[in-house]
Design a protein around this ligand. Sequence first.
Ligand code: LER
Ligand code: MN
Length: 366
Amino acid sequence: MKSAITVSLVPEARGGPFVFWDGLEAAVAEAARLGYDAIEIFPPAAAALNPAEIKALVAKRGLAVAAVGTGGGWVLHKLHLCLPDAAARERAKEFIRGIIDAAAKLGAPAIIGSMQGRWGDPAGAGREQAVAWLAEALNELGEHAAGLGQTLLYEPLNRYETNLFNRIADTVAFLRSLKTRNVRILADLYHMNIEEADLAVAIRAGRGFIGHVHFVDSNRLAVGMGHTDFAPIVAALREIGYAGYLSAEAVPMPESDTCARVQIVGIRRCLAEGEKARATAPSTGYAESMKGSGDKTANALRENADEMLPPLAPADAFDPVIEAYKKDVDRTLIRENLKLPVAARLERMIRNVRAIDVLRRNQGRG
Ligand code: LER
Ligand code: MN
């Protein structure tokens, strides 16, 4: 499984669950620096994406594009696939089609989340009619994506965001009823935490259908900041052979940088601990710090994130030669070193620098 992190290019969506907000270039640089595999983009529209530029930008940092959201059509234009007006539904499809095209050029699938809409709202169709419209749209758009060599992602949302499909098992049954075989499920752990009785059971029910995962804690914060038990979830994903992205569609608390750092540590630990390991999402100290409030909470979390992560390279440090060199390096010593607390690592480093200094001086004498 691979890691991804979200970047929103839609200022109007502020407050939404996207980690980075300061443009693609900054997001890609920071994601690469932290060791993510990919970014997931939330654009205002297809026209805001320049596939050639984005491809070059991510390739330069060794990243990929995991997926592209279509929710800008809802946030900015109040479009969705179950609107009673046929012309408005057509505009919604057109909006999504544009993003499918741009995403395909980036080697990524498009996501239908909030653009699925809901029934009965306002003075809209009944459930049966709305589901028929949704099915028609997914058949059309799913086949359009297939023609470009991409799947289309459909995301069941929680009951406060849609009244169409809220649970994985119901979504599987719905997708089985479609003519297209090209629509996959986006399993968002935040929505699932609200709707499913057991997240691991729900994931198993999605076998063969899950194509993307929004991997966040119970409160939609970074992994380790809530109370989700990640071990059975990761075990279930492994069991169904899921090899896609675990994408951070998280609320950037206490701010983007700390959220991104806590999340990557969380993903690594979840994946490293394996199936048999106890259900330990990383302890960020967040739960304890919640006994305090405001700045105290945020500061405790920042400090913990610093403790948890190995020191970071400077932002401009990506160098393909170094990356190639690193592939041949024995990492055992580095890993052992990283297990030590920061102070002990610093002490070792000072000792080594002193030893090198002595060697140099002795060389000078010889
Ligand atoms: C989109 O991925 C999502 O999860 C929704 O909650 C956005 O409204
Ligand atoms: Mn989501």
